[in-house]
Ligand binder design. Sequence first.
Ligand code: ATP
Ligand code: MG
Length: 210
Amino acid sequence: MVLQRVFRAVIMGPPGSGKGTVSGRIIKTFGLTHISSGDILRNNINAKTELGLLMKACIDQGQLLPDDVMARLILNDLRTLGNTSWLLDGFPRTILQAEALDNAYSVDSRLSSRWTHTASGRVYNIDFNPPKVPGLDDVTGEPLVQRDDDTPHTVTRRLKAYENQTEPVLEYYRSKGVLETFSGTETNQIWPHIESFLHRKLSIHSKKVA
Ligand code: ATP
Ligand code: MG
């Protein structure tokens, strides 16, 4: 008999990198529960909850919300899931958040994405092929992603927040030996690699606890 233990993973990547699309495919293919911090916050804003009203200005300016607020919000959500396999998207975003998560759960895998968003048909990569102005299409000057918090100014802030606050989290996970990085220029090119990695990972994972 194969005992299926829960599988817990974190997906990371710069704003507009296609994380949302890949997360969707992962949860559909592997049946993990998707926890997206951005979606939870946007739901709070739409429902005009106290948290949503309090945090909207901060989000619209492209700033990260306080670590203690985020940690409480996400860890509470994870607690209600109990013994379910999950994929965390958008959290942790800072070393402090990563430590808060580690104190509560042992995470099995961190997937880092560096593939790029192609809404305009053009391809950028923050590391080796960045747009001339961060977050803006080179030709039209338009933002690369379209959302309430996607004004050029805010996109720049979010990309800076990723570089300054979230990239150190990648190093944190790399030093723990649990980081898996996928690079490429579009989601369809990267997806097969992620899929076969997770197939391998999940089958080893269930054999180990069989
Ligand atoms: P994309 O989803 O397109 O990759 P993104 O990652 O910049 O873009 P979200 O994850 O949707 O955006 O988050 C939107 C905003 O919500 C962030 O800019 C930030 O203000 C806030 N936020 C989301 N998650 C966190 C977090 N873990 N810590 C602090 N702030 C957060
Ligand atoms: Mg997101």
